[in-house]
Design a protein around this ligand. Sequence first.
Ligand code: SAM
Length: 331
Amino acid sequence: MLMKGARVSLLEGEKHRKTLLDRGILDINYKIAYDGDFIILPLKEEISGYEIIDYDFTPLEKRKKSLREMLSKKIPESYLLKLRAFDVIGNIALIHLTDELIPYQSLIGEAFLELNPFIKAVFRKEVIEGAYRIPKLELIAGENITETIHREFGVRILLDISKVYFSPRLSEERKRISSLVKKNEIVLDMFCGVGPFSLMISKKSEAKKIYAIDINETAIFYLKRNVALNKTYNIFPIHGDSRKEIKDIENPDRIIMNLPHSSFDFLPDVFSTYASSIVHFYSVSENIDFVMDKIIENSKKHDKKVEFIFERTVKSYSPNTDIYCVDFYFS
Ligand code: SAM
C-alpha cells in the first residue's frame, strides 16, 4: 500500500524504529522495507526531522488466533483445558466434547469453522457403536454434509462419516505397514472399512493381491469406489463376515487385523485356517504385555509358534487404555 515512510540509515535503523514506535507513529501493520544502506519505516503520519518518502509497503500477515484464544472469554478456562483435538476427515471436522463443553458446542464449532475456512461441517462425535464401529454424530456448525474425500499420502479416500468407520489418526500406521509389504505378497485386510490400509498398500507397494473384507456393505460400496478413484488393480473387495470369508481365501503372507475391540475373537479362526503368516494385530488394552501373553496363549491352543516382530502404541483410547499394534509371525 502506498503510504508515507521515514528513510533512515541502516546503521541507525533500530534507534529510529524504537523512537517512532514509542511516539506511536510507526505503523506496525506493515513490513519495514530495505533499500541498500537505508531502511524505510512505515508511518501512520508524517513527522518532521526525517526524510519522508512515498513507499508501497507490504502488509504484515496477521497471526491467526488459536481456537483457545478465540474462545477464552466465552468459555470458562477450566472447561477449555478439556478441549481435545479435532479429527479432520476431508472437509469435515469431528470432535468429542466432555459433558461441561456440550452447552458450548455451537460456539466451539463456529470458532473452528472461522479458523479453518476449508472445513464445511463440524460434528460432535459420541461413542463409537456396534459391529460397524460407526460414531454417533451431531452437527454443531456448518452444512449437514457427511460424504467427503480424505487425502492421505497421495491416496484418496471417499467415505460417508455417518455410515462407515474411518480414523485419520492411523495414517502413519498405514504408511508403516505399506512400507513393509514385499513384491508379490498376498495381503489380507480382514476388517478393511472403506479400505485405507488396502489402498495405501496397493499404491505404495508391489503386492500381488490384497483381499479386503468388511461386514458393512456400505464400507465395501465405498471401497469399490475408492479402488476406481485411485486406479488400483490388485484389491479384491469382499462383503461378508471375515470369520467365514477367510476360509475361501488362499494363505496370505500378511494379515491386517484392525478391529481393536474384538480382534482376539478372530484369532482362533486365523490360526486354524492358515499355516503361517505375518499378522499386524490391533488391540485395546491397559497393557501391551496382556496383548502379547494372550496371543501366545491362543497360539498354543492351535499348535502354532509365534515370533514377535514389533510392538507399538498406536494411540491412546481412554484414560486407562491404549490401542496397541503387535506384529508377529506364526507358523
Ligand atoms: N481398517 C479400517 C480402517 O482403518 O478404517 C476399518 C477398521 S474399523 C476399526 C473395523 C471394521 O471392521 C469396521 O468397518 C467393521 O464394519 C468391520 N467388521 C466388524 N466385524 C466384522 C466381521 N466379523 N467381519 C468383517 N468385518 C467386520
